[in-house]
Design a protein around this ligand. Structure first.
Ligand code: F6R
Ligand code: MG
Ligand code: MG
Length: 368
């Protein structure tokens, strides 16, 4: 791509039917998505594409030159998910069309169910990016690793060693309950940042910028399915896109943040807490108690909009100890059964029988 022209990287994802249950995506759905994106590429609508999946979520990875929130690109994704839904219905896959919450497309997939993470940038001399994709969790799951990557020198050596990073990074944070957003500058406003983003179910980091030049470093999908639908429709199963190297955190610094399988919301029925396990692509099949929550990392070099990759970044014995720890934490958490903090607090559960139980027991409560 010549001169200063920008490319757009769009990752649009949805669960439109699980195989088996909520574990995986049937290959016929992946083939359907690939065929349609191939045609879009032939027509020049997009520059390049890849289709991946994490658990029961299909991930459409696309490059193009139409900018973020482009109705043609969003329409393409919507049509692909609709076509995949038709296949899912034919095979009677589980929860066919689950994340398509509206009947007709209206210019953007935002607010319609699918998750979206998009960034527009001038491609550098070399442009390494990592796309993280998670299943059985919500967008707030990225808060902790994002803070570590962009604000914690104990994770990211470059924050103190690389002069291009020493001014730090700014976090855009969305209050999903109020529909408001704020930008906080780190390290100066680190404590304000932490006081918000520790509440992972409400305050979600949506993007990260380098203070020195305001260049975009990371974007996250922050659609909250339960708020859009007003009822339980599954967890967001979010994605995050991070550019790496040359004045941004190195590939290894970005990945390092996932060596702690931190506790996230979303295991079984979207109502339990469990460790986020970093796995290679072929192990992203959450089946134990519908989990534990998974994250995969697809690395690409972008060359004039072409997606060179993916490289399976967690396919490395360097993450074995994190996986083992996630297994041990899973055993420990599961032994709590229906008790908190394994089971989420009432207000964070995706659904609960408590109102009905209270109705039945209402007259039997006495003054204590
Ligand atoms: C979690 C998830 C699953 C389902 C569970 C019950 O995000 O998708 O854990 O909540 O399998 O599913 P239903 O109610 O459809 O039987
Ligand atoms: Mg599902
Ligand atoms: Mg899912």
């Amino acid at each position: 791509m010549a001169g200063e022209s920008k490319i757009t990287l769009s990752v649009i994802k949805a669960d439109v039917g699980g195989f088996v249950g909520h574990t995986n995506v049937h290959p016929d759905l992946i083939d359907t998505a690939k065929e349609r994106l191939h045609n879009a590429k032939e027509k020049g609508q997009i520059i390049d594409y890849h289709v991946l999946r994490c658990g029961d979520d299909i991930e459409l990875i696309m490059t193009h030159d139409r900018g973020c929130d482009n109705s043609e690109i969003h329409g393409l994704a919507w049509n692909i998910f609709s076509a995949c839904t038709a296949v899912a219905k034919e095979l009677k896959l589980y929860g066919a069309g689950q994340d398509l919450l509206k009947d007709a497309f209206s210019g953007t997939v935002k607010g319609m169910g699918p998750g979206v993470a998009e960034m527009e940038f001038v491609e550098r001399k070399s442009e390494p990016v990592i796309i993280f994709m998670a299943d059985k969790t919500s967008s707030g799951a990225w808060n902790l690793p994002l803070y570590k990557i962009y604000a914690d020198p104990f994770n990211t050596a470059g924050l103190v060693i690389d002069p291009r990073m020493i001014d730090g990074f700014s976090f855009r944070i969305i209050d999903v309950k109020e529909g408001k957003a704020i930008t906080l500058k780190c390290p100066a406003e680190a404590y304000y940042t932490l006081s918000l983003i520790g509440t992972t179910s409400r305050y979600m980091i949506s993007s990260v910028y380098r203070n020195a030049d305001n260049d975009v470093a990371a974007v996250v999908s922050t659609q909250k399915l339960s708020l859009i639908a007003g009822r339980y429709v599954g967890k967001d199963d979010p994605v995050a896109v991070m550019r790496c190297q040359s004045g941004l955190p190195a590939v290894g610094e970005v990945l390092e943040a996932f060596t702690l399988p931190h506790l996230v919301e979303g295991w079984m029925r979207g109502s339990h807490t469990g460790p986020l396990m970093p796995v290679p692509f072929y192990e992203a099949n959450p089946s134990r108690f519908d989990g534990p929550p998974r994250v995969i990392a697809a690395g690409f070099q972008i060359a004039n909009g072409r997606l060179i990759g993916p490289h399976d970044m967690f396919d490395d014995p360097g993450f074995d100890s994190a996986r083992k720890l996630a297994g041990r934490v899973s055993d420990y958490m599961r032994r709590h059964g229906p008790f908190q903090p394994h089971r989420l607090p009432e207000e964070a559960m995706e659904y609960t029988t408590l109102p009905e139980v209270l109705k039945v027991l209402k007259d039997r409560f006495e003054d204590a």
